[in-house]
Design a protein around this ligand. Structure first.
Ligand SMILES: [Zn+2]
Length: 173
């Protein structure tokens, strides 16, 4: 067991104080073995949570990269380059992948990109928190396990709000 990091070493999210999941993504130095991009840094516990049960023991590195390339079938790859897991080895749809279905905006509260678009276009909502509370009684914050990146979905969620707003404003309906 390693001792927990002191608080001052944890990245703080300055954008969203209602979420304590660790702020925006950090990236690993190691590149995805298939597409060569650098993935988001994810701890092994998160990777194990999302893998099919029989594969969990195969996640032996401490740190993984989550490949965010839309057309790459690699989900997580070990930082030490020894192995990787593909999107077919998890039931979690990884939002960044082109074939993700549904595209999740928030894994903790089970909000999809489609729900974000509806809230923006039909309800006139513009904020992440108000959109979550439109669908749910409370905001849950369990990104360390539920999100395949192991951290807060704020960046992806806000990008989906911006995209929905752009589509809405571009349409004459
Ligand atoms: Zn990749």
């Amino acid at each position: 067991m390693t001792s927990p990091k002191p608080m001052m070493d944890l990245p703080m999210d300055t954008k969203n104080h209602s979420c304590s999941c660790g702020g925006p993504a950090e990236f690993v130095e190691a590149q995805c073995p298939t597409c060569g991009e650098k993935g988001a840094r994810v701890k092994v516990g998160t990777v194990r949570y999302h893998l099919h049960t029989e594969l969990r023991a195969d996640a032996t590195d401490k740190i993984y990269g989550l490949c965010l390339s839309p057309d790459c079938n690699v989900a997580w790859y070990a930082q030490d380059g020894s192995h990787h897991f593909t999107t077919s080895q998890t039931d979690t749809p990884i939002w960044a992948k082109a074939d993700a279905a549904p595209v999740m905006a928030c894994y903790c509260n089970e909000i999809t990109k489609e729900m974000v678009a509806d809230a923006v276009s039909k309800k006139g909502l513009r904020g992440m928190e108000e959109i979550i509370l439109h669908y749910r009684d409370e905001m849950k914050s369990m990104c360390a396990v539920k999100n395949p990146m192991g951290r807060c979905c704020t960046d992806a969620f806000e990008a989906m709000i911006a995209e929905a707003l752009k589509d809405y404003l571009a349409c004459n309906c």
